[in-house]
Design a protein around this ligand. Structure first.
Ligand SMILES: *[C@@H]1O[C@H](CO)[C@@H](O)[C@H](O)[C@H]1NC(C)=O
Ligand SMILES: *[C@@H]1O[C@H](CO)[C@@H](O)[C@H](O)[C@H]1NC(C)=O
Ligand SMILES: *[C@@H]1O[C@H](CO)[C@@H](O)[C@H](O)[C@H]1NC(C)=O
Ligand SMILES: *[C@@H]1O[C@H](CO)[C@@H](O)[C@H](O)[C@H]1NC(C)=O
Ligand SMILES: *[C@@H]1O[C@H](CO)[C@@H](O)[C@H](O)[C@H]1NC(C)=O
Ligand SMILES: *[C@@H]1O[C@H](CO)[C@@H](O)[C@H](O)[C@H]1NC(C)=O
Ligand SMILES: *[C@@H]1O[C@H](CO)[C@@H](O)[C@H](O)[C@H]1NC(C)=O
Ligand SMILES: *[C@@H]1O[C@H](CO)[C@@H](O)[C@H](O)[C@H]1NC(C)=O
Ligand SMILES: *[C@@H]1O[C@H](CO)[C@@H](O)[C@H](O)[C@H]1NC(C)=O
Length: 299
């Protein structure tokens, strides 16, 4: 029985990785859907494969791009999948909703240099949100969202899968200093840290506190499943407040308690610690016999 499950699992993994290849191979099959330029302008947009739902190539939009939001919206109207690279820098757009139809981004490092085969959104000084409203999947070695000084949120409401290829880093470093208005959505963090995802997450920001979200809290509360904030557990702490906790977006600090084990954190699977702080801190718990966290997977 166990063996059978393993086979099914392996089969699924193989099938999933074939989907990537399929995206990339479809570029060989449809040369007319290749964007042979890189830099996008009035001139080069004549060569953009407007009718293709899968477009292959590197797309660069920058401050010299002389296309309006309306023209870009029209240009990308049919594009559902982009295989290659996407660079948006030094523009004055407030959002990237002209790419709202995009569902998948797949970096093609088999065909392009690694520097080109990336998703980079940098130095866009008026950008308030990404607003890639239909984007479900990012497969890339590097995602760099950097120095967009007015960015307030990502707004990638459908992002489910962010898969990182190779030993690279995903950077959501917003700048050298924190931008006070920016926060990252827990749903995006969850997508980035799915099982089997190996990525170094560099996020220099706060986490958005969702409004009216069920089972989310900022201080430990009975029934809370996702706590946004630090969790300090000291002597006399009421463990019922964390028994249903699944995800902690902050530091777990267990100091000077009388607990013999951490079974009361039996539902905790993820601790997210942004910036370079300590995620887990366990000190002076004299009676502690078993330091296992029953279900903890990601730190
Ligand atoms: C891009 O170039 C390839 C060959 O270099 C050609 O087959 C294809 O038609 C070109 N694509 C477009 C949209 O012009
Ligand atoms: C794209 O589609 C439009 C409308 O269906 C058609 O008029 C046009 O010729 C097509 N362009 C190309 C390059 O196939
Ligand atoms: C945009 O990219 C083009 C092509 O690489 C370059 O010639 C131009 O200087 C760039 N513009 C800006 C503002 O960086
Ligand atoms: C952005 O473009 C302006 C000119 O349009 C240029 O002076 C500036 O250096 C560019 N900034 C970056 C970070 O590329
Ligand atoms: C995004 O997806 C929704 C639902 O699938 C669809 O109704 C909407 O038209 C899409 N937006 C764009 C810009 O394609
Ligand atoms: C990633 O790095 C580790 C250790 O540095 C190395 O063993 C592994 O082969 C690397 N994997 C890839 C895909 O480069
Ligand atoms: C947890 O303890 C630290 C250090 O004592 C303190 O700065 C922080 O405010 C505490 N957080 C909570 C949520 O009590
Ligand atoms: C952990 O909590 C203890 C007691 O509240 C505090 O003294 C210590 O500074 C905290 N450590 C961290 C890393 O927050
Ligand atoms: C985990 O949560 C469920 C439902 O919230 C609860 O019934 C169960 O007792 C919790 N497990 C532990 C170890 O506290």
């Amino acid at each position: 029985m166990n063996l059978l499950l393993k086979f099914i699992f392996l089969f699924l993994i193989t099938q999933l990785s074939k989907i990537d290849c399929w995206d990339i191979k479809s570029c060989d099959a449809n040369p007319s859907c290749k964007f042979n330029e890189t830099f996008l302008s009035q001139d080069t947009s004549q060569n953009f494969p407007k009718n293709c739902s899968t477009v292959c190539g590197i797309v660069l939009i920058n401050g010299t791009t002389d296309l309006s939001v309306e023209q870009l919206t029209e240009l990308f109207k049919n594009m559902r999948i982009l295989v290659g690279g996407l660079h948006i820098r030094n523009t004055t757009f407030e959002n990237l909703r002209f790419l709202a139809g995009l569902r998948r981004f797949v970096a093609d490092y088999t065909r392009y240099p690694i520097y080109d085969a990336q998703l980079r959104i940098t130095y866009n000084r008026e950008l308030r949100e990404l607003g890639l409203l239909n984007l479900t999947t990012i497969k890339s070695s590097v995602v760099d969202i950097f120095r967009n000084e007015k960015l307030e949120k990502l707004n990638l409401p459908k992002l489910e899968i962010a898969k990182f290829l190779g030993n690279y880093t995903i950077q959501f470093l917003m700048g050298y200093d924190k931008y006070p208005k920016f926060c990252i959505e827990t749903q995006v963090l969850d997508a980035l840290t799915r099982r089997r995802n190996q990525c170094d997450l560099v996020v220099n920001s706060d986490i958005c506190i969702p409004e009216n979200a069920p089972n989310v809290c900022t201080v430990p509360t009975v029934g809370c499943q996702r706590l946004i904030g630090n969790l300090n557990i000291t002597k006399g702490f009421d463990v019922r407040k964390v028994e249903s906790l699944k995800r902690l977006y902050g530091t777990l600090n267990i100091t000077n308690t009388d607990f013999t084990d951490f079974r009361f954190l039996g539902n905790l699977t993820h601790i997210f610690q942004l910036e370079y702080a300590v995620a887990l801190y366990v000190v002076g718990n004299k009676n502690l016999k078993n330091m296992e966290f029953p279900k903890l997977r990601v730190l």
